[in-house]
Ligand binder design. Structure first.
Ligand code: AMP
Length: 430
């Protein structure tokens, strides 16, 4: 079997790693991949955003299955093009991917479906948005409508900060056309968790819970990043919440999409805010999360290929997925200066020594092989993942492995998983 994975980050290395271990022993390709995927798959020098280039490669090389990692090609209709050419692809169509590609669309679906979410208003003129923010006050959240590489959301403590965010998004056009409209949203308090579900058009299978760490600094300080680490399971998701999440979040959303003649297949990722009063959806994503995937897939005991095939065929069921009871923790090591500007091309050492530790795997994010040696090539460089009997054991093992990896200017958070270790932080296996 021949499989193409599209993307080049930690999520894609984790996908390639899991797929390559499948009992059907597939030959795996990754476009464009990184130094990590190069060790276990064949990298294809085509960028994930190059829909035309990818369609051409698939037509020439005829993979049996294509798995799309990032949101951009999904929102640009890659799945539609490949389906039209007769290829099997895991991921939502362009229409379905709007659930992430447009926050206005996503809020409209949630409101129509009765999905619990923050109250919001949509504006296409800065003046009206400013007026509204002044009338309701702070704290308040300003979100650019379209894809903004994870940077389009501003959580504002003051009206002045919200005014600045509206001006930058709608007038200075910091995110281009993605900021033509903004969603102004009620500020929610609570603890965040991610629940990723697989969807085959009809059935929903929820994956193990996870929590990521978005801020760059310890104790959730400093600017937001793509994610500095993650752990699974997330104790904040209690056993009794699972049926509520399935019904109120996933089933309601999918029923509303069906009403709009949109069939959803692929991963539907719900970012949740959990508070004593209940849970609310912060956002939907149309793909696997990063770094969440780096802790979810190592916990999956069963093969992944049959699960992805079942999503395409409409035959998905819970019994296809078995979980390991161990917890997983991923610590991201980032380049000097990240999430601001950062240098590239710094030699990385100790990767093999770190990966040789028991129950440990180093997923590459921003790396590149130069003359056979791994160098830094992105902001987030590697995600060091470890399994353990408990989150605390997985934390200890992950940090042992982190000590072995070195590159000039490397920085990482020292408190990944700490939230799960607080009193009352125990949870079930999922
Ligand atoms: P989003 O991309 O919509 O998930 O937003 C990114 C991050 O902004 C989330 O992970 C939250 O930390 C924060 N956020 C988004 N919406 C809200 C909200 N309504 N209240 C508080 N924080 C929020």
């Amino acid at each position: 079997m021949k499989i193409l994975v599209i993307g080049g980050g930690g999520r894609e290395h984790a996908l390639v790693w899991k797929l390559a271990r499948d009992s059907c022993k597939p030959v795996v390709f990754c476009a464009p991949g990184n130094a990590g995927t190069a060790m276990i798959a064949e990298n294809v020098p085509i960028q994930a955003e190059s829909v035309k280039g990818l369609v051409g490669w698939v037509k020439r090389n005829k993979p049996d299955l294509t798995v799309v990692g990032p949101e951009a090609p999904l929102c640009d209709g890659l799945v539609d093009y490949l389906n039209a050419a007769g290829f099997r692809v895991f991921g939502p169509t362009r229409a379905a991917a709007q659930i992430e590609g447009s926050k206005v669309f996503s809020k409209d679906v949630m409101d129509a479906a009765g999905v619990p979410t923050a109250r919001s208003a949509v504006f296409s003129r800065a003046g009206k948005a400013l007026e509204y923010v002044r009338s309701v006050g702070a704290p308040i959240v300003i979100k650019a409508d379209g894809l903004a590489a994870g940077k389009g959301v501003a959580v504002c403590a003051t009206v002045e900060a919200a005014e600045r965010a509206i001006r930058e998004t709608m007038e200075t056009k910091a995110f281009g056309d993605a900021g033509k409209r903004v969603v102004v949203e009620e500020f929610l308090e609570g603890e965040e968790a991610s629940i990723l579900a697989l969807v085959d058009g009809k059935h929903v299978v929820m994956l193990a819970s996870a929590q990521d760490h978005k801020r760059v600094g310890d104790n959730d300080t400093g600017p937001n990043t793509g994610g500095m680490g993650a752990y699974s399971p997330a104790p904040v998701v209690k056993d009794k919440m699972w049926p509520v999440i399935k019904e109120e979040v996933f089933n309601r959303t999918l029923a509303e999409l069906r009403k709009r003649k949109i069939e959803y297949k692929g991963v539907l990722y719900a970012g949740l805010m959990i508070a004593p009063g209940g849970l609310k959806v912060l956002e939907f994503n149309c793909r696997f999360g990063d770094p969440e995937t780096q802790v979810i897939l190592p916990r999956m005991k069963s093969d992944l290929v049959p699960v992805l095939e079942a999503c395409i065929d409409g035959t998905l069921k819970d019994s296809l997925i078995k979980w390991r009871s161990e917890a997983a923790v991923c610590v991201v090591m980032a380049s000097e200066g990240y999430p601001g500007a950062y240098p590239k091309g710094r030699l990385i050492t100790g990767l093999r020594q770190a990966g040789a530790l028991k129950d440990t795997v180093v997923f590459h994010s921003g790396t590149k092989l130069v003359s056979g040696r791994p160098e830094t090539a992105g902001g987030r460089v590697v995600g060091v993942t470890a399994l353990g009997k408990s989150v605390s054991q997985a934390v200890a093992q992950a940090y042992r492995a982190v000590q072995r990896v070195e590159f000039q200017g490397a920085h990482y958070r020292k408190d990944i998983g700490a939230r799960a270790l607080r009193p009352g932080g125990k949870s079930g296996a999922k």
